[in-house]
Design a protein around this ligand. Structure first.
Ligand code: ADP
Ligand code: MG
Length: 358
């Protein structure tokens, strides 16, 4: 296992990139701590696979270095990096049995027959295919083949890191949960450095110790699920994490007061003069619908989602979402919203600002 350092890394698929827009991966410095489970989260096309393939050695970056512990592996092959990678779609040997597919990476590295037999049995059970070990891969469903790919990725205990690129895309929903749980327990058991790519926030938040959020070729925040929820560093993290996501409202800010369409909102921190596009961000969980003081809203509808209610409303012509408790009665004279001042974040040009204690 290894600590993985990305040093000044960037990648463009163009031979002569002219501007930042030409880079699928913008400049990045990051250390992946040895033994930690990470999720790499972002929407389609934001550069997740590009980054993963650079770490595994399938792709050579146009700029920067990759170190495994203190060894520069930027030019090393995937095999030399000693990494297991599982892709979105199955990669299996059709003519081989499930057992031989699983055994392949171990045979390749010269493991003993006895060890191979017991390890393959164990992995077969983990992926729920112990009854099918002697079947040929050809003729199995895509779902079963993907489980074999996952098993092959997990079979070696001596890899430097395990990389997963949206591996559960073709797996049925029930088995998804099951396999994710297996991956987590595998992580607890062996403590591999794991990087799990997904565009699904639930998958990311349940799998990982730390979530790396990417947006438009850039890592915009690395944090625990709590940090991403409480202090989104970028408005994209606010939108993308949470359901519904954070409310982002254009405002002006002076001291510890924000002004939204002439109405004032108290904030828990004080700010000096801010230049650029200024917005406040408030999670629906920290907004409250009332019949008293507050900003004027027009309730459009109330959705009951079980644990709580989501109030969809209009605030000066923009959408705003408010979470109300399950037991709360929403009456027609509730046409104001208030925010918990300590939970109001301030953004300039989409980036979180740090103020002073007010
Ligand atoms: P993700 O995995 O997050 O969906 P990718 O890393 O696959 O994103 O892609 C990031 C960007 O790089 C996208 O704009 C994509 O079109 C582009 N891209 C990916 N692979 C190639 C390639 N082989 N050649 C040129 N452009 C590519
Ligand atoms: Mg991808």
């Amino acid at each position: 296992m290894a600590k993985i350092t990305l040093d000044n890394l960037a990648h463009s698929y163009f031979p002569n990139p002219r501007s930042e827009d030409d880079f699928a991966l913008k400049e990045l410095n990051h250390v992946w701590t040895d033994g930690e489970a990470y999720a790499l989260l972002g929407s389609s096309g934001c550069g997740k696979s590009t980054l993963l393939n650079i770490i595994s050695g399938l792709l050579t970056p146009s700029q920067g270095r990759i170190l495994f512990d203190d060894l520069d592996v930027t030019g090393a092959s995937t095999a030399d990096r000693n990494i297991a990678q599982v892709f979105q779609f199955p990669v299996v040997y059709d003519t081989m049995t499930v057992r031989d597919n699983l055994a392949f990476p171990l045979k390749n590295r010269g493991a003993s027959a006895q060890y191979i037999a017991s390890r393959v049995q164990q992995i077969g059970e983990m992926i729920g295919m112990e009854a099918e070990l002697d079947k040929r891969a050809r003729g199995l469903t895509a779902d079963a083949k993907q489980k074999i790919s996952l098993g092959r990725g997990m079979v070696r205990e001596d890899v430097n890191a395990l990389l997963f690129d949206e591996p559960l895309t073709v797996i049925d929903p029930h088995m998804k949960w099951e396999l994710r749980t297996q991956l987590k327990s595998l992580h607890h058991e062996f403590g591999h450095t794991m990087i799990y790519v997904t565009h699904d926030q639930t998958e990311a938040l349940t799998f990982a110790d730390k979530v790396v959020v990417m947006y438009d070729g850039r890592v915009v925040q690395i944090g625990t699920p709590e940090e991403l929820f409480e202090k989104p560093e970028h408005t994209f993290v606010g939108y993308f994490i949470g359901s519904p996501g954070m409310n982002v409202i254009p405002a002006t800010v002076e001291g510890n007061t924000a002004v939204v369409h002439g109405a004032t909102v108290k904030i828990g921190q004080a700010f000096g003069s801010l230049n650029g596009k200024v917005e406040i961000g408030v999670r629906p969980e920290f907004a409250k619908l009332t019949d008293g003081e507050g900003l004027p809203v027009k309730v459009r509808r109330v959705e009951d989602v079980g644990r709580h209610k989501i109030v969809r409303a209009d605030l000066f012509g923009n959408d705003i979402n408010i979470v109300a408790s399950e037991s709360e009665v929403i009456s027609s004279d509730m046409n104001r919203v208030t925010f918990d001042p300590a939970r109001v974040n301030v953004y300039v040009n989409d980036w979180l600002q740090e103020g002073e204690a007010a």
